[in-house]
Design a protein around this ligand. Structure first.
Ligand code: 3PG
Ligand code: MG
Length: 397
């Protein structure tokens, strides 16, 4: 796909750039607890401001469903953004109409404003034409830097791109380029590591991946469903027994496509799901009836490491074990560090994403060593599922 980027923009003096960003950040009361998403959009804001644009930011926060919910105001986020940006950020109490227009009229070239939560208007999620027109009236060009909201066909992510000259921001561009290098035009062999609790939430993902990648490592609770489908007894482990047919269908599709599926060969089991629970390592076909699998074992980690060594490209979504409670983070941390080492010495292109995955890589201390870590949750998954993202399609030339 081809789309315009900030490289296609010259001097923007006197022009209003409407920029869709994702500022859906974690908050504790009115304090932002993780500024990752804010930090990701700073380059685009700075570049547009430095080109002389009057930068007008559009964003959603939470799911107020068309009502004005004061706890979902973006006002505290404007303050955090100003802090990270090192420049003032004006705030408008509405994203359309007179309140927005008067703040924007007060901007000088290079100034930045954030408008209130777009989802305070029902027209946002409905992608309502009149609402999109009201937004479009506030700008001369549109820049979308919110890949993580691009799976939504909303007025600020889709409708606007059809009303104003549209450009991908730097983060959107980096995300699309990273995803293309992982699955569209990858250097082979391509390895996917997919973990997490449930097969049911990742059926579309697995079905698409087996068609695209050479190797698929399955870990986490979802591996239990595959093991059970092969007749292995998984004791009291989390397992979706009703998805045995689905698991077999995915394994058949993989075989037909020439994709090797790699399941755990050993497991760390415990009787309780809690930090520090007594645990032991067993072969996957020797899980005691009263025990549950909480992590993959060291032989499985060695297998994953060997597959990583043989791969040129890695796509990672989901932890290998219950990484949020120690010591069941061991396999995820070890595999993540192995992939990070191969990435930082240039032998591996590694792309990771999804909420838990980012948390797991941060926990392992290696997020910075991966080639690209997406801050998108749903959008990253939908892209890996092979789905069309309305916010991305609308940017296409
Ligand atoms: C996210 O946090 O995943 C994005 O901001 C999208 O939010 P949504 O799932 O409420 O559309
Ligand atoms: Mg979400």
């Amino acid at each position: 796909m081809t789309f315009k980027t900030l490289d296609d923009l010259g001097n923007l003096s006197g022009r209003r750039a409407l920029v869709r960003v994702d500022l859906n950040v974690p908050m504790d009361g009115s304090r932002v607890t993780d500024t990752t998403r804010i930090d990701r959009v700073l380059p685009t804001i700075r570049e547009l401001a430095d080109k002389g644009a009057r930068v007008v930011l559009l964003a959603h926060f939470g799911r107020p469903k068309g009502a004005v919910v004061p706890q979902m105001s973006l006002a505290p986020v404007a303050a955090a953004l100003s802090d990270r940006l090192g420049r003032p950020v004006a705030f408008a109490a509405d994203c359309i109409g007179a309140a927005a227009a008067s703040v924007i009229d007060g901007l000088k070239d290079g100034d930045v404003a954030l408008l209130e939560n777009t989802r305070f208007h029902a027209g946002e999620e409905k992608n309502d034409g009149a609402f999109a027109d009201a937004l479009a009236a506030l700008g001369d060009i549109y820049v979308n830097d919110a890949f993580s909201a691009a799976h939504r066909a909303h007025a600020s992510t889709e409708g606007l791109a059809r009303r104003l000259p549209a450009y991908a921001g730097r983060t959107m561009q980096a995300e699309l380029e990273a995803l293309a290098s992982a699955l569209t035009t990858p250097v082979r062999p391509v390895l996917a590591v997919v973990g997490g609790a449930k097969v049911s939430s990742k059926i579309d993902l697995l079905e698409n991946l087996v068609k695209k990648v050479d190797l698929l490592v399955i870990g986490g609770g979802m591996a239990n469903t595959f093991l059970a489908a092969k007749g292995v007894s998984v004791g009291k482990s989390l397992c979706e027994h009703d998805l045995a047919d689905t698991a077999r269908r995915i394994m058949d599709a993989a075989a037909a496509a020439g994709c090797e599926i790699v399941l755990p060969v050993d497991a760390v089991v415990a009787r309780e799901f809690k930090a520090g629970a007594a645990s032991e390592t067993v072969a996957v076909d020797a899980v005691p009836e009263d025990a549950m699998i909480l992590d993959v074992g060291p032989a499985s980690v060695a297998n994953v490491a060997a597959k990583i060594d043989a791969a040129a490209t890695l796509v990672w979504n989901g932890p290998l074990g219950a990484f949020e409670i120690e010591p069941f983070d061991i396999a995820t941390v070890a595999a993540a560090r192995h992939a990070a080492g191969r990435s930082s010495n240039g032998s591996l292109t590694s792309v990771a994403g999804g909420g838990d995955t980012v948390a797991a890589l941060n926990h392992a201390g290696v997020a910075d060593d991966f080639t690209y870590v997406s801050t998108a949750g749903g959008a990253f998954l939908e892209w890996l599922e092979g789905k069309v993202l309305p916010g991305v399609v609308a940017l296409e030339n």
